[in-house]
Write a protein that binds this ligand. Structure first.
Ligand SMILES: Cc1ncc(COP(=O)(O)O)c(C=O)c1O
Length: 355
């Protein structure tokens, strides 16, 4: 290992690379990590000196707060390499802002912009060889923060660890996605933590999603907790419904994550003349539209899968199959978004940021 000082961040380089052990044509999403990670600890009320160092496990005391009280948040973003070998981030400011929104809601310290952005940039530069060119290929970036204070006492921790790890990914193909509309379980409630990217939100989804899986559905579309009449999110994605030629999606709220892909698709759709309505979409409206043939498409939107087409949904034990359409809005929007992310099409929105 050799230690060099790159700008402000101390960098301890790995003595060898694992890159030659990786089959980039056969990557399973989120399972391979690059040679280095970024780390910055928070103690005595302030952020300490950040470091970039070899990716490795680390030790924590069994009483560490994150294990007991779940103070943990994360982000999911991607970097892309264009044909000239330049590396681009997509709307990183949005992820940064959302990370700190999550931190505040979980009583955790906000991460200063300089630590987040320089950590991200310098880590990506160091492990740049792991980012492959070509549509579908990207570097999935996982910034996260955990409570590292010790003691089994249900109070916010004094100490925290902020880290960034990198995982190369290729096209995410989820196969056929049939969804179950939630009638009993909820992902989030008013006044809760649904709008935060808090680890516990995901743990809470696993059991009802497992039940849905057993019935042959890949995902659950969550409804509002109070009445289960409004359609909100699908798994780790925001969700869009096309009725006739209008795209509908729920407004963000305390219960819904403010997805970067969601807001991007709304702007892209409007820019190509698609009518978009951001409003509560009722389950009854969806069932009615499925019955009268005006429901054309449902798709999820999120960083991992970009756009994930839903082939049908079940509600009150009745399965509604969606029509097979040749030119879908889902594909049109996905193509446009991936072209912008991969610098194959002009970015008129200023969303792409070079590292
Ligand atoms: C619950 C939830 N909703 C929506 C999204 C989509 O958000 P984004 O487009 O920012 O990835 C995600 C993924 O991050 C998510 O976990």
């Amino acid at each position: 290992m050799s230690t060099t000082q790159t700008n402000k961040i101390e960098t301890i380089k790995a003595s060898s690379t694992k890159i030659n052990e990786v089959d980039f044509s056969n990557l399973s999403f989120g399972s391979v990590f690059t040679d280095h990670l970024f780390e910055c600890d928070y103690k005595n009320g302030e952020w300490q000196k950040p470091v970039i160092k070899p990716y490795a496990p680390f030790l924590l005391d069994p009483s560490t707060r994150v294990f007991h009280y779940g103070q943990a948040i994360f982000e999911g973003m991607k970097a892309y390499k264009d044909e000239n070998d330049d590396v681009w981030l997509f709307r990183p400011d949005e992820n940064y802002k959302r990370f700190n929104t999550s931190a505040v809601r979980m009583a955790m310290p906000e991460v200063p912009e300089d630590i987040f952005m320089s950590g991200l940039n310098q880590l990506l530069q160091l492990d740049e060889a792991w980012i492959k060119k070509g549509k579908g290929n990207a570097m999935y970036i996982r910034p996260f923060m955990i409570a590292t204070g010790t003691g089994v006492i249900a109070n916010p921790s004094d100490n925290y660890k902020f880290m960034i790890i990198l995982s190369p990914v290729s096209s995410y193909y989820s196969g056929e996605v049939k969804v179950l509309i939630a009638e009993h379980y909820s992902r989030a409630a008013n006044g809760g933590i649904g709008a935060a990217k808090a680890a516990g939100n995901y743990a809470a989804q696993f059991y009802p999603t497992n039940l849905a899986n057993k019935e042959g559905f890949q995902q659950v579309i969550w409804t509002d907790d109070a009445t289960h009449t409004k359609l909100e999110e699908a798994g780790t994605m925001n969700v869009f419904f096309r009725i006739n030629d209008t795209l509908l999606t729920a407004p963000v709220s305390e219960r819904i994550l403010d997805g970067v892909t969601r807001k991007t698709l709304i702007d892209l759709a409007k820019s190509i003349g698609i009518q978009v309505e951001v409003r509560s979409v009722l389950v009854s409206e969806l069932v009615e539209a499925a019955k009268n043939g005006s429901l054309k498409e449902i798709f999820g939107a999120g960083t991992a899968a970009v756009v994930s087409v839903i082939s049908g949904f079940s509600y009150q034990d009745v399965y509604y199959e969606l029509p097979k359409i040749e030119f879908t809005m889902a594909l049109q929007l996905k193509t446009k978004l991936e072209n912008i992310q991969n610098k194959l099409e002009e970015d008129n929105f200023g969303w792409t940021v070079k590292i």
